[in-house]
Design a protein around this ligand. Structure first.
Ligand SMILES: Nc1ncnc2c1ncn2[C@@H]1O[C@H](COP(=O)(O)OP(=O)(O)OP(=O)(O)O)[C@@H](O)[C@H]1O
Ligand SMILES: [Mg+2]
Length: 587
C-alpha cells in the first residue's frame, strides 16, 4: 500500500520527507505508536468474529452443543467490548497527536511569516498565507488523525481477511487475487486524474478568499462607486472556477465508490456460485461459505478505507507543498552572523552611498542616491506620486535591501546591525496608517512595551492627539476597532505618529503621515516634533513644500532620479522640479 501511495506522490519528490513532518510527530511519539497499536488490537477482535461465528454455526448449532454456543458467544461479546475500549484509546491518541502537530506547525508558519521582509510579503496575498496556515494545516491534521486510526487496521484487515479466507479454502481464495489488483488498478487510474486537481482547488480557494477580502475591506468604496454588481460578477467568476475544480474532484471521487461496490458484489456472486458448488462436493461447509462472504465484505471495507486514505494523502501532499513553499522561502533581508545591537552611543547619522534600489531588477525605484544626514538634522523628501519617496525611506529600517550601494548609520552598514535592534532604533510611520484592535494605550505601547503613562501623554501631546483622546470618556483606554475604523483618517494618522514617538526614537521617519491633517495641525505637529525631539534625526516625506520648507536638506525625487538636494531656497533657485511643485501649490 505504501509503495502505491509513494507512486502516487512520486512527482512530488516525496514531500513528506522534505517537509520533515516526522520532526513534528516526534513530540507526539507515544500517541503515534500507541494509537495504531490499540487499533490493531481492535482489528484482531474484528477479524476473529466471523471465524467464531462460523464455529457457532458449524459446530455449535449443527452439533446441537448448547454449552459451546454459549461460551463462544460470550467470547465474541467480550472481544467486541474490548475492541470498543481499544477504539476509544486510539481515538484519544489520534486527536492528541493531530491537534498537537497542527498547533506546532501553525506556530512555526506564523513565526516564519513574521520573519519575512516586505519583498516576501509582496509575493503572497494575505489570504493565501491565511489559507495555508488554517486550511492546509487542517488537512495535515486530518491526515495524521486518519493515519493513526486506520494505518494498522485497514492493511491488517486486508491481509487478515485474505489469510483467514485462505485458511478456509485456498481454491475459493483465488477470487481475492483477481479482486485486489482490479481495485488497485481502479484507484491508480482515478487518482492520476484527481492528483493535479487538488493543488488547483487550493489555488482557486486562495483566489475566492482574496476577492472576498478585497470586497469586504473595500466595502465603502464599492458602494460609493456603485460597483456592487461588478464586484458580484467578479466574485461569481472566481467562485465558479472554484466550484468547477471541486465538482471535478467530486465526480472522480463518486465514480470510485460504486465501482468498488460493483467489483466487491461481483466477487460475492462468484463466491456464492463457486462456493455452492464446493459445498455440494463436500469441500466446504455452509458456515464456511458464510464467513468467506464476511471476509470479502471486510476486505472491501478495508479497501474503501485505503482508497480514502490515498485521497487524503494526495490532498495532504498538495497542502504540504504549499506549506513547504513558505518554509523554504528565504528572507531577502538576512540577518548577519555576529550582528551588533544599537547602543545609546550610536550617533543617528545616516549616510547613503550611491544607493540604487529596484523591486523587480528591471526598473530602478531609486537611482544612485548619495547623501549624508547628520545627527539631529531634519530632512524633507518630496516628489510626485510614484517618484520613489516611500521606497527610499523603507530602505532605512531594511524593509527592503538596497540593490546597489550602501546605507550606514553611525558609521556602520545597516546590514551589520541586528534587524530587530535596527527597527527599534529607527521609528517609522508607514504611509498607510495601521492601528490594531485593542485600546489607544495598547497601540501606543507597540514600540515600547514598558512605556509609562508620562511617555504616552508626551507622545499624544507631540502628535496633536491629546485633545481628541482626552475628550473621549475613557481617554487612553478607549477601544480601537479593527484597523482603527472608529477614528477619522486624520486621527488615525496622529495616533500612528504618537506610537512612533513613544520613547524618543533616535531616528524618526514620517512617510506622508500628515497628508490628512489641516495646515494648522500639520504646522503645530512639526513644531512640537522639532522642539521636543531635539537630538532625533527626522525624515519627513511629503507632497507639500510648505511641510518641509524648514528642513535642513530636501531630497527631490522624480521617477526614481534624485533631481535635487538642498535647502528650500537653494532648490527654488536650482531645481526646476521643486520650483514647479512649489509654484503649483502657492500660486
Ligand atoms: N511593493 C512594490 N512592488 C513593486 N513595485 C513597487 C512596490 N511599491 C512601489 N513600487 C513601484 O515603485 C515606484 C516608486 O513607488 P513609491 O511607493 O516609492 O512612490 P512614492 O513616491 O512613495 O509615491 P506616493 O507619493 O504615491 O506614495 C512606483 O513606480 C511603484 O509602482
Ligand atoms: Mg509613498
Amino acid at each position: 500500500m505504501f509503495y502505491f501511495i509513494y507512486k502516487i506522490n512520486k512527482k512530488r519528490e516525496n514531500v513528506f520527507m522534505k517537509f520533515k513532518l516526522g520532526n513534528y510527530l516526534k513530540a507526539y511519539r507515544a500517541q503515534v505508536i500507541l494509537g495504531p497499536f490499540f487499533k490493531f488490537l481492535e482489528a484482531i477482535s474484528d477479524i476473529m468474529t466471523p471465524f467464531l461465528v462460523a464455529m457457532i454455526l458449524d459446530k455449535g448449532i449443527a452439533g446441537s452443543d448448547k454449552n459451546f454456543v454459549i461460551w463462544i458467544s460470550v467470547a465474541v461479546l467480550a472481544m467486541n467490548l474490548a475492541g470498543f475500549l481499544f477504539a476509544i484509546i486510539c481515538q484519544k491518541c489520534s486527536a492528541g497527536a493531530s491537534q498537537g502537530v497542527g498547533k506546532d506547525i501553525r506556530r512555526d508558519i506564523y513565526k516564519k511569516i513574521t520573519s519575512f521582509s516586505a519583498s516576501e510579503m509582496d509575493k503572497y496575498t494575505t489570504m493565501s498565507l491565511t489559507n495555508r496556515s488554517v486550511h492546509d494545516v487542517s488537512q495535515i491534521q486530518s491526515a495524521i488523525g486518519m493515519t493513526i486510526r486506520k494505518v494498522s487496521r485497514a492493511p491488517f484487515l486486508l491481509v487478515g481477511s485474505v489469510v483467514m479466507a485462505m485458511l478456509i479454502d485456498v481454491q475459493l481464495s483465488c477470487i481475492f487475487f483477481v479482486m485486489i489488483p482490479l481495485i488497485f488498478l481502479l484507484f491508480f487510474l482515478v487518482m492520476r486524474k484527481m492528483n493535479p486537481l487538488f493543488l488547483d482547488a487550493k489555488v482557486e480557494l486562495d483566489n475566492v478568499s482574496n476577492v472576498t477580502r478585497e470586497n469586504l475591506s473595500g466595502n465603502r468604496v464599492v458602494r460609493a462607486f456603485n460597483k456592487q454588481q461588478h464586484e458580484k460578477d467578479r466574485f461569481d467568476a472566481e467562485n465558479n472556477k472554484f466550484i468547477k475544480v471541486n465538482l471535478k474532484i467530486g465526480t472522480y471521487g463518486s465514480i470510485l465508490q460504486p465501482l468498488l461496490s460493483l467489483i466487491a458484489n461481483g466477487c460475492i456472486i462468484a463466491v456464492v456460485y463457486w462456493g455452492g458448488f464446493r459445498v455440494n462436493i463436500g469441500a466446504l461447509t455452509t458456515g464456511q461459505t458464510v464467513s468467506f462472504i464476511n471476509y470479502i465484505s471486510q476486505l472491501a471495507t478495508s479497501l474503501v478505507v485505503i482508497a480514502r486514505m490515498i485521497i487524503v494523502y494526495t490532498q495532504t501532499g498538495a497542502s504540504i507543498k504549499r506549506i513547504r513553499e513558505i518554509f523554504e522561502l528565504e528572507s531577502a533581508v538576512k540577518q548577519k552572523e555576529n550582528a551588533i545591537s544599537f547602543t545609546d552611543e550610536v550617533e543617528p547619522k545616516i549616510e547613503f552611498k550611491n544607493v540604487s534600489f529596484s523591486y523587480n531588477g528591471i526598473k530602478d525605484a531609486i537611482k544612485d542616491l548619495s547623501i549624508v544626514i547628520n545627527p539631529g538634522e531634519t530632512i524633507g523628501v518630496i516628489g510626485g506620486t510614484g517618484s520613489g519617496k516611500s521606497s527610499l525611506v523603507n530602505l532605512i529600517p531594511r524593509f527592503y535591501d538596497v540593490s546597489k550601494g550602501e546605507i550606514k548609520i553611525g558609521g556602520k552598514s545597516i546590514k551589520d546591525y541586528d534587524i530587530q535592534s535596527l527597527r527599534n532604533y529607527v521609528s517609522i510611520v508607514p504611509q498607510n496608517p495601521t492601528l490594531f484592535s485593542g485600546t489607544i494605550e495598547s497601540n501606543l505601547k507597540f514600540r515600547k512595551n514598558d512605556a509609562t503613562d508620562e511617555d504616552i501623554k508626551k507622545a499624544l501631546i507631540i502628535s496633536q492627539s491629546y485633545e481628541f483622546v482626552s475628550e473621549k470618556p475613557n481617554g487612553v483606554k478607549t477601544r480601537v476597532e479593527r484597523g482603527g475604523s472608529n477614528f477619522s483618517g486624520g486621527q488615525r494618522q496622529r495616533l500612528t505618529i504618537a506610537r512612533a514617538v513613544v520613547g524618543n526614537p533616535k531616528i524618526l521617519i514620517l512617510d506622508d503621515s500628515s497628508s490628512a491633517l489641516d495646515f494648522e495641525t500639520d504646522y503645530r505637529l512639526r513644531k512640537a516634533l522639532n522642539t521636543t525631539l531635539v537630538g532625533t534625526t527626522k525624515i519627513y516625506v511629503s507632497q507639500r513644500t510648505n511641510s518641509i520648507r524648514q528642513a535642513d536638506k530636501i531630497i527631490v525625487l522624480d521617477n526614481g532620479n534624485v533631481v535635487g538636494i538642498g535647502t528650500h531656497e537653494d532648490l527654488l533657485k536650482n531645481c526646476n522640479v521643486y520650483r514647479e511643485i512649489y509654484e503649483s501649490q502657492n500660486s
